[in-house]
Design a binder for this molecule. Structure first.
Ligand SMILES: [Zn+2]
Length: 206
C-alpha cells in the first residue's frame, strides 16, 4: 500500500515528500531467537559473570549499568541491540575491570573524535563506549583487524572483546584475595631458606 511520506533533507529545513510502499521493500524480520543467541554469545565471552537483563523499552534510554548487572531497555531483540549490548558492556567493564591507566589511554585517544555539540555525547565515557561499540560491531561482522599496538585504545578494546580482560581481572582478584596469606608466607619462606643455608651447607660439607 502506497503512502505519501513527509520528510526533511538532512542539514537543511528543506521539506521532501515521497511515495513509499512498505510491502515492496525488502524488510528482513529476523526471528528473536537468532538475535538472542547472537547477543548471548557475545555477552558470555566478554563478561561471563554479569547478568544481562532485558526490560521494557523506554523512550529516552537504551540501557544502563550499576556494577552488578546490565539492563537493555527494549521490546525486541534486533540487530540494534547488539550495538547497545557492546555499549553497556563497555560501561560495565569501565566500572569493574579496566585499570585506571588503561581508561586514561582510551579517554585520551577518543578525545580527538567528533564534536557532537552536546555535553553528554562529548563526555569521555560516552565517546569511549561508542568507540568500543563500533570496534566490537566491526569484529562481530567479521572484519580482520591487524593486532593492536600496546598502549593504544585498540589494544584495550581487543582484550575486552576477546574475553581476556575478564580473565585477567579474575586473576588479579584471586591474587588480591591471597595477598594477606602470602604476606605471611613470603617472610616465613625467606626465613626457612636462610635456616637452610646455615644448617644445610655445613651438613653438606661434613
Ligand atoms: Zn553510554
Amino acid at each position: 500500500m502506497k503512502e505519501i511520506i513527509q520528510g526533511r533533507r538532512l542539514g537543511t529545513g528543506e521539506r521532501v515528500e515521497f511515495e513509499y510502499d512498505e510491502s515492496e521493500t525488502n524488510i528482513v524480520r529476523k526471528s528473536g531467537a537468532s538475535c538472542e543467541s547472537n547477543l548471548t554469545t557475545h555477552a558470555e565471552r566478554i563478561y561471563p559473570d554479569v547478568p544481562v537483563i532485558i526490560a521494557p523499552a523506554r523512550a529516552r534510554v537504551g540501557g544502563v549499568v550499576d556494577g552488578q548487572k546490565i539492563v537493555l531497555f527494549t521490546d525486541s531483540l534486533g540487530r540494534q541491540q547488539q550495538t547497545n549490548l557492546f555499549h553497556e558492556l563497555w560501561h560495565h567493564a569501565e566500572k569493574c575491570a579496566i585499570s585506571a591507566g588503561d581508561l586514561e589511554t582510551v579517554y585520551k585517544e577518543v578525545a580527538g573524535g567528533d564534536d557532537w555539540d552536546c555535553d553528554y555525547l562529548n563526555e569521555p565515557r560516552e565517546r569511549a563506549a561508542r568507540a568500543f561499540e563500533h570496534y566490537a560491531s566491526a569484529r562481530a561482522s567479521g572484519l580482520q583487524f591487524t593486532p593492536a599496538r600496546k598502549g593504544t585504545a585498540q589494544a584495550i578494546f581487543e582484550r575486552l572483546y576477546e574475553g581476556t580482560e575478564h580473565a585477567a581481572h579474575l586473576k588479579r582478584r584471586r591474587q588480591e584475595r591471597w595477598e594477606p596469606v602470602m604476606s605471611w608466607v613470603r617472610p616465613l619462606a625467606a626465613l626457612a631458606a636462610m635456616v637452610g643455608v646455615f644448617i644445610g651447607i655445613p651438613h653438606f660439607l661434613f
